[in-house]
Design a protein around this ligand. Structure first.
Ligand SMILES: [Ca+2]
Ligand SMILES: [Ca+2]
Length: 282
C-alpha cells in the first residue's frame, strides 16, 4: 500500500534539455564534473559533436566536435580523479563492408578533452565497462552481409593503460544487438551477456582476466527454455531464453535482438512471465 500511495503522490514535470540533436541515439546519466549531480551525456549519430548537459541548468558542453557517425559512448573513471574518461565508437555503418568502426578514448585534462584512437574494429557498436575494462560488442562480423549476416561476431575488451584489444568471445553469430553487464554467477565479477541471432549468451569473467563463454549454462539457450516451458507474455516458450538456477533471461517471442535486464529474476521476485522484454538499444 505504501508503494501505491508514494506512486500516486509523485509528480513529474517535463523539462526541455535540448532540441537540436540530430539522430539521437544514446543518453547516459553520469556525473561529468564531480559535483555529485548526475549530468546527461548525449550521443546523436547525425551530429559531429559529442555533448553533455550539466545538471541542474542543463548547460551544454561540447566534448569533441569533429567525429562522424557516432553510435555509442561509455563512461568509466579510469584515473580515479572523479571525472569519467569516455570510450566512443564512431565511423559506424550497419554494413560491415562500409563500417570503419573507430574506437576512441577521451580524457579530460582539467581544461579540455583529448581524443585518442585505440582501435578499428568493423561495426563497433555497443560499449560498456566491466571489471575496470571497457567492453566493445560489434554489431556483426567483418564479412557479414544482409539479411542473414552470417559470420562470427567478436566481443572484446580494452584494459588501461594501453587499451590493447583482448578477445572475450568469437562464438556469437549474426547481428549482436543487446549487451548487458551483470554478475551472473555472483562471484563479485561483472559478466557480459549478449543477445544475438544465436541466442542470449553469458560470458563469465575470471579473476585472471580471462573469460568463459556460456557453455556452463547450457550454451545455446533457446532449447533450454523450451524444455522448461518458460513463457513470456503467456505466449509460446521464449526463444533465446536462458536459465541458471534461480535466475532467468528471455527475449519476447516474435521479437529478436531483445535482452531484458529485468529478466534477471531473483528467486522470490515476480513470476518470470511478468517481466517485460527490453531491447537494450543505446
Ligand atoms: Ca555533475
Ligand atoms: Ca577520470
Amino acid at each position: 500500500m505504501f508503494g501505491l500511495f508514494a506512486a500516486a503522490a509523485l509528480q513529474f514535470t517535463p523539462q526541455t534539455i535540448a532540441t537540436d540533436l540530430k539522430g539521437g541515439y544514446q543518453v547516459v546519466a553520469v556525473d561529468m564534473n564531480k559535483d555529485g549531480r548526475p549530468d546527461l551525456l548525449a550521443l546523436a549519430s547525425g551530429m559531429s559533436e559529442l555533448v553533455w548537459y550539466e545538471n541542474p541548468t542543463w548547460q551544454r558542453h561540447v566534448i569533441v566536435s569533429d567525429v562522424k557517425r557516432m553510435i555509442n559512448v561509455w563512461p568509466m573513471d579510469v584515473d580515479k580523479d572523479g571525472v569519467p574518461e569516455l570510450l566512443l565508437a564512431h565511423a559506424f555503418e550497419n554494413e560491415a563492408a562500409r563500417s570503419v568502426g573507430i574506437v576512441s578514448y577521451l580524457h579530460f585534462d582539467g581544461k579540455g578533452w583529448t581524443i585518442r584512437e585505440i582501435d578499428r574494429l568493423t561495426t563497433s557498436h555497443r560499449l560498456r565497462s566491466a571489471n575496470g575494462l571497457f567492453i566493445n560488442s560489434p554489431l556483426t562480423g567483418a564479412s557479414a552481409v544482409a539479411p542473414e549476416y552470417r559470420d562470427h561476431t567478436l566481443l572484446v575488451a580494452y584494459a588501461p593503460p594501453d587499451f590493447q584489444r583482448r578477445q572475450i568471445s568469437v562464438d556469437d553469430e549474426g547481428v549482436v544487438h543487446g549487451i548487458f553487464i551483470h554478475d551472473w554467477n555472483r562471484d563479485g565479477l561483472d559478466d557480459v551477456l549478449t543477445a544475438s541471432f544465436k541466442g542470449i549468451w553469458v560470458n563469465l569473467a575470471h579473476r585472471d582476466g580471462t573469460w568463459t563463454p556460456a557453455a556452463d549454462f547450457g550454451g545455446r539457450s533457446g532449447a533450454l527454455a523450451e524444455e522448461r516451458g518458460e513463457r513470456c507474455y503467456g505466449g509460446p516458450p521464449a526463444k533465446g531464453a536462458i536459465s541458471g538456477g534461480d535466475r532467468a533471461l528471455a527475449r519476447q517471442p516474435g521479437e529478436h535482438l531483445s535482452l531484458p535486464p529485468q529478466g534477471v529474476a531473483e528467486a522470490g521476485h515476480r513470476p518470470f512471465s511478468d517481466r517485460r522484454a527490453y531491447d537494450s538499444c543505446g
